[in-house]
Write a protein that binds this ligand. Structure first.
Ligand code: HEC
Length: 121
């Protein structure tokens, strides 16, 4: 009888230790937003999966080719951040890119290098 209690206490103890140790491993990877997924969900409908802007919306809004290094050089990371947060307007104040609703700062941070990498393909 006592032996059984001790054995189950050991098993429970091992299981608890395993549970306590488990979340420590995947945490850093899980915390980083998936820029590719955000791009596909929030950006690709206008900019296209490849960033060329060859979508219906892209043509209508005259979206520039983000795979073009010259276009990439035409805006800073700050401007890109602002565009994602606040949207962009043309000279007449007409809204071009709409602000992305509910996007988080760390998601934008992950998107900037993703946007930059579009031109290297
Ligand atoms: C409603 C369509 C639309 C959506 C959705 C959209 N964009 Fe845009 N985006 C535009 C238009 C229009 C422009 C302005 C024309 C241009 O510069 O090509 C633009 C411009 C930009 C620029 C250049 C900014 C500058 O200052 O020149 C970046 C970077 C950008 N978008 C990134 C994104 C990212 C990242 C997302 C997703 C989080 C996104 N866009 C979603 C339409 C869109």
């Amino acid at each position: 009888m006592n032996k059984l209690i001790i054995t189950s206490a050991i098993i429970t103890g091992t299981a608890l230790a395993a549970l306590a140790a488990a979340p420590a491993t995947p945490a850093p990877a899980a915390a980083a937003p998936d820029a590719k997924a955000i791009w596909s969900e929030q950006c690709a409908k206008c900019h296209g999966d490849d960033g060329k802007g060859e979508t219906k919306m892209g043509k209508k809004l005259d979206i520039k080719d983000l795979t073009d290094a010259k276009i990439q050089a035409s805006f800073t990371d700050e401007q890109a951040t602002k565009a994602i947060k606040e949207g962009t307007k043309d000279k007449t104040g007409e809204q071009l890119m709409k602000p992305i609703e509910g996007i988080k700062d760390d998601e934008i941070k992950a998107l900037i290098p993703y946007v930059r990498a579009l031109s290297k393909k």
